[in-house]
Ligand binder design. Structure first.
Ligand code: G1P
Length: 295
């Protein structure tokens, strides 16, 4: 049983400046809902209610978002805005959320190490706070199902174009079935010529407590930071690690172009905007196409 999830959300968000100068990138909204709320919802939809958010400097807005706001609630209730009132209450009741602050920016591996005391001897899920995945079955649930079968660390992966492998952790190994691979190689952000495949780590993991020992023995890697990907490589020496090719569409909110694409897709998916937004896009594209074609 996976009962706990860890959401690392301490990164500086330099790829999204200036928007992230004074606000966490995890709070960037997809229309009206902060990215991290989707991430918490995915954990909850996968049956997890105990969530540890690894936060850091300048991340207080995340804590405020998942806290009660009595002033706002009483205002909404006085104005008889029942539905909004319920929605606001729901956010603070979604899960049992704990916080710990990463003191220095020492990488994803270091951020995960902060969860050691909280997760203890249990396996746990990890959901990166700047990635959302739209899928029929929540991706964390897909990984939990794989964990139940293999009883070992599980990493969500997806195929990416070969010219994008240097943006991700990349895995290589022995394919056990269509979507399951026993991993023998983990490389963080390799050059295209050094990538063992084009299967990229998709920001969701199930980790076993053994990861902490591996992290203790992992030297600093890419960008002089402690990389979770390197610790997973070490873990393969003592236990099996599985890569599960997930079903779903991943959105990386941490970079501007992907964020823009996410907003457009989620706008089209939202019932109340779907029709007018679709027509707006069609008209805009036609007008844009007539005026100046993108080079
Ligand atoms: C992190 C991980 C990388 C993974 C990626 C997914 O990198 O280190 O292995 O593929 O998330 O988004 P980051 O994007 O934080 O640099």
């Amino acid at each position: 049983m996976i009962k706990k999830a860890v959401i690392p959300a301490a990164g500086l968000g330099t790829r999204f400046l200036p928007a992230t100068k004074a606000q966490p990138k995890e709070m960037l909204p997809i229309i009206d809902t902060p990215t991290i709320q989707y991430v918490v919802q995915e954990a909850v939809d996968s049956g997890i209610e105990d969530i540890l958010i690894i936060s850091g400097k300048g991340k207080r807005a995340i804590e405020d978002h998942f806290d009660r706001n009595p002033e706002l609630e009483s205002r909404l209730s006085n104005e008889e805005k029942e539905q909004l009132f319920e929605e606001m209450r729901h956010i603070s009741d979604m899960a049992n959320i704990h916080y710990i602050r990463q003191r220095e920016m020492n990488g994803l591996g270091d951020a995960i190490y902060y969860a050691k005391q909280h997760t203890g001897n249990e396996p746990f899920a990890v959901l990166l706070g700047d990635t959302i995945i739209n899928s029929a079955i929540p991706v964390t649930q897909q990984l939990i199902d794989a964990y139940e079968q293999y009883q070992s660390a599980i990493v969500a992966v997806e195929r990416v174009p070969f010219d994008k492998v240097s943006r991700y952790g990349i895995v290589g190994g022995k394919q056990l079935s269509d979507n399951i691979m026993e991993v023998t190689q983990f490389v963080e952000k390799p050059a295209q010529s050094e990538a063992p495949s084009n299967l990229a780590i998709a920001g969701r993991y199930i980790l076993t407590p053994e990861i902490y020992k591996a992290l203790e023995h992992t030297p600093k890697g890419k960008n002089n930071e402690l990389q979770l990907t390197d610790a997973l490589m070490l873990l393969t020496q003592t236990e099996r690690v599985i890569a599960d090719t997930i079903e779903g569409k991943r959105y990386d909110i941490g970079n501007k172009l992907d964020y823009l694409k996410t907003i457009v897709e989620y706008g089209l998916l939202r019932k109340e905007f779907s029709d007018p937004f679709y027509h707006f896009l069609v008209e805009t594209l036609a007008a844009y196409g007539n005026a100046k074609k993108p080079s």
